[in-house]
Ligand binder design. Structure first.
Ligand SMILES: [Zn+2]
Length: 123
């Protein structure tokens, strides 16, 4: 297994997913690593199986991008950034699927709310 240097993991100081630089092994804990948050510069122990996001979705700074305000009636594309007014939360669309009812839905990673499924193209 190749050694990962940079991961996206949950920072307990920022209370958010952050890019982190792995700093070293933790003695006696195979799945844990010392990691330094690139945002707040704190070093902490992260759990590679729990804290690290497997898919590399970067939500950092998306609130400064041009975002589409979410509405169930709109259609969206994977990779698009959206803003959810009710939750006051920014997210990035990571997937799309059609539900058994025929209704289209989008999978979104939100900065605060985490992974959510939302309806799109509601007629
Ligand atoms: Zn941090």
């Amino acid at each position: 297994m190749a050694r990962i240097k940079n991961v996206e993991a949950y920072c307990s100081f920022c209370n958010a997913l952050r890019k982190m630089e792995l700093a070293g092994d933790v003695t006696g804990a195979e799945n844990k690593r010392w990691a330094k948050c690139k945002k707040c510069k704190h070093t902490m122990i992260i759990d590679l199986t729990e804290d690290v996001k497997s898919n590399k979705v970067s939500l950092e700074g998306i609130e400064n991008e041009t975002v589409e305000t979410y509405s169930p009636k709109k259609s969206f594309e994977v990779g698009q950034t959206i803003y959810h007014q009710n939750w006051d939360d920014f997210g990035k669309i990571v997937g799309k699927e059609v539900l058994s009812s025929g209704q289209k839905s989008i999978s979104v990673e939100f900065q605060k709310s985490g992974h959510k499924k939302l309806i799109e193209s509601l007629t």
